[in-house]
Each structure stands twice: as structure tokens, then as C-alpha cells.
Design a protein around this ligand. Structure first.
Ligand code: ZN
Ligand code: ZN
Ligand code: ZN
Length: 351
């Protein structure tokens, strides 16, 4: 905050609040906001009926419950006082920001992630351990997928997605965040939401799933083929596999984020699939499934020890098929540390 000249941080929805206080605000129309001045004590403004869920941490913040007939925006504005350089939670509701802007006309605003993003992006040893445990649990489900333990042919994408979600929970996840199952032509849609389409033989199936375990996220993608894949698909997959491995290998400390993207993208482009790789190579991961640092062209930030992120190139031929391979990687002084270790070869499942 000092470096950025921020007088007060206003945290609400999103992961910054639980990261600092242990309390996660519910996405409600009632305002929850931690007012954290650079030069004073932090106060959690919280609806009175939510206050019992807040674990008191008097050494960290005081609690200001507000009753139904009070105006929480006024309470926050009073706590901000004469401070003018404010950073507000990226995911705070616009309704509260608009009201605060009206009450604090002299204030200038920026997003809280300017302050919290770079700090949260660097994981300490406990956080890496939590990410490793979540990735290992996701790996066990991915193993079940590529070994053919999860039936595919004849089931709908939605059934397989629900099955994957149950298995994530069985392997220790507290919450399933997503379980993308894109089959056949749907595998060409990177964020396809699993639907009623029945999986057939002779199709590529992109499965991208993850959840939260002890507060930290997992995120893995494996692509399987139902039956023997045609050589055209094998070629596509081989290029993708090489690109993903090269991206992981390039993820060493000091390498700019965009270079990791560039390494993977060049291989895919040289292989003739450049126009079919339609997203960035990866995203940071931690308390949130997508956070800093982003592995994308234009992000010149060098990787630092403790940066945790995905490397997930994909190739998508619209209307036909697609493939993606994704692992979570941590940059360390000893080199890239891949948290997912499940086999990357094109898995052929018969059922
Ligand atoms: Zn993913
Ligand atoms: Zn991802
Ligand atoms: Zn591999």
C-alpha cells in the first residue's frame, strides 16, 4: 500500500478478504467490507446477522456489525474519513462502489488486486503444500479417467461431469469448482459446459476439472479418445503434447510470463495449428482458480520462486474436435515443479 500510495484497502467479496481475515463474505445485497487503512486499525463492517460467522481476530481487525436499519455505506465512508487514495475489492458489487463514490467525492479509486495480486501470487511453503495436495487429489481422478475407470461411451457429458465431481470429493476436495466434459465437436469449445450430448465411440473428450481442498484450488485437463484415434488427431495431439511439455520446461524463475506462452505457442504455430490455439497458455492459481500471474502475451513480469500457475495449451478445430493438456506448475529456484504428474500420452479408452 505504501509503494502504491494507497491510503485504505476496502475488501469485500473475493479471496482477498478470507486470505487476510479467514472470513469469506457471502455474495449478498448486504454489504460486508473490511476497511484496512495504511495508517490505522482494520475494521470489518458486517451485517449483524452474518457477524456470528466471523471468527473474531481482535489482533487483526475489529468487528462493526450493522443493523438492518443502518446504512453500511455511511459506516464505511466514516471509517475511510479523509483518506482519498482507495483500493477496492475487484469483485465488490458495483452498487456499493457507486454509492461510496457518491459519499467520497474526493476519493480516487483503484482495484485492490494492484496491492494484493503480486503478494498472493507468490506462494509460501504451506500454500505450495496445499496446492500440491489438491493437485495430487485431482491427479487421482485424472488417473481414473485415462485408465478407463470412468465410463464414457453411452453416457452424457453431464453424467460424466457429475461422476468426475463425485470423485474429486471422494479424493478429498471440499468443493468442486468445475468439471468440463466436451465430447466430439464440443471438445473444440474450450469452456464447453457439460450437457446432454451422449458420448460416442471415435471421439476426443476434453475433461478439465478442479475444486478446492483446504482453501486451495486444483485444475487439471486431460484429453482422451474413445477408441483408436485417426492419425490426423494423433498428429494434432503430438504437437500439443510437445508444446505443453516445452511450456512447463520453460517456466523457470526469471523467465517472463509471456515467454512461457511464446514457447508453447511457437511449437503449435510451427506444427500448423496456430490459428486453433485461441487462448492464453495459463493462469495463476491459489485461493482462486484464476489469479495472478497470467501466462499470456504482453505480461513481461518475470516468474519468481513461489509463482503457481497452469500451463494449458489447447488446439480446437471448430465443428470437429479439440484437445488440451493442463498441469499446475510452481516456479522454484531448482526449476519448474509440476504438481500434476499424470501421464500426458493420448489416452485411448475403449468404453
Ligand atoms: Zn483447467
Ligand atoms: Zn486452468
Ligand atoms: Zn507430457
Amino acid at each position: 500500500m505504501g509503494e502504491l500510495g494507497v491510503d485504505a484497502l476496502l475488501l469485500s467479496l473475493g479471496a482477498d478478504l478470507p486470505w487476510l481475515t479467514g472470513y469469506e463474505a457471502m455474495p449478498l445485497e448486504r454489504l460486508t467490507m473490511l476497511v484496512l487503512p495504511a495508517d490505522g486499525d482494520a475494521t470489518m463492517v458486517v451485517p449483524q446477522l452474518e457477524a456470528p460467522r466471523v471468527e473474531p481476530r481482535p489482533d487483526v481487525f475489529s468487528i462493526r456489525p450493522w443493523a438492518e436499519t443502518e446504512d453500511p455505506v455511511e459506516i464505511v465512508a466514516a471509517l475511510v474519513g479523509a483518506r482519498t487514495q482507495l483500493a477496492i475489492a475487484d469483485r465488490a458489487w458495483a452498487t456499493f462502489l457507486v454509492q461510496l463514490q457518491a459519499r467520497l467525492p474526493k476519493a480516487s479509486w483503484q482495484v485492490a488486486s494492484n496491492v494484493t495480486g503480486p503478494i498472493r501470487a507468490v506462494k509460501d511453503a504451506d500454500e505450495v503444500a496445499a496446492l500440491r495436495a489438491a493437485s495430487a487429489a485431482a491427479d487421482r481422478v485424472a488417473d481414473q479417467l485415462i485408465s478407463g475407470e470412468i465410463p464414457l461411451v453411452g453416457r452424457t457429458e453431464a453424467e460424466v461431469s457429475a461422476d468426475i465431481g463425485r470423485r474429486l470429493r471422494a479424493e478429498g476436495h471440499d468443493r468442486v469448482n468445475f468439471a468440463i466434459v466436451g465430447s466430439g465437436p464440443n471438445s473444440a469449445s474450450p469452456h464447453h459446459s457439460a450437457g446432454p450430448r451422449v458420448i460416442e465411440r471415435g471421439e476426443s473428450i476434453v475433461c478439465d476439472f478442479g475444486g478446492t481442498m483446504n482453501g486451495y484450488c486444483s485444475d487439471i485437463t486431460r484429453t482422451v479418445f474413445t477408441g483408436a484415434p485417426p492419425s490426423e488427431f494423433r498428429d494434432l495431439y503430438n504437437v500439443l503434447h510437445e508444446a505443453q511439455a516445452a511450456g512447463v520446461a520453460a517456466a523457470s524463475v526469471g523467465t517472463p510470463c509471456e515467454d512461457v506462452d511464446g514457447v508453447a505457442r511457437r511449437i503449435i504455430t510451427d506444427g500448423g495449428y496456430g490459428p486453433y490455439f485461441i487462448h492464453r497458455t495459463g493462469h495463476g492459481i491459489g485461493l482462486e482458480e484464476h489469479e495472478d500471474p497470467y501466462i499470456v502475451g504482453g505480461n513481461c513480469e518475470p516468474l519468481a520462486p513461489g509463482h503457481a500457475f497452469s500451463v494449458e495449451p489447447g488446439i480446437y478445430v471448430e465443428g470437429k474436435w479439440g484437445a488440451r493438456i493442463e498441469d499446475i506448475v510452481v516456479a522454484t529456484d531448482a526449476g519448474p515443479d509440476a504438481l500434476n504428474t499424470v501421464n500426458h500420452d493420448l489416452a485411448v479408452v475403449e468404453a
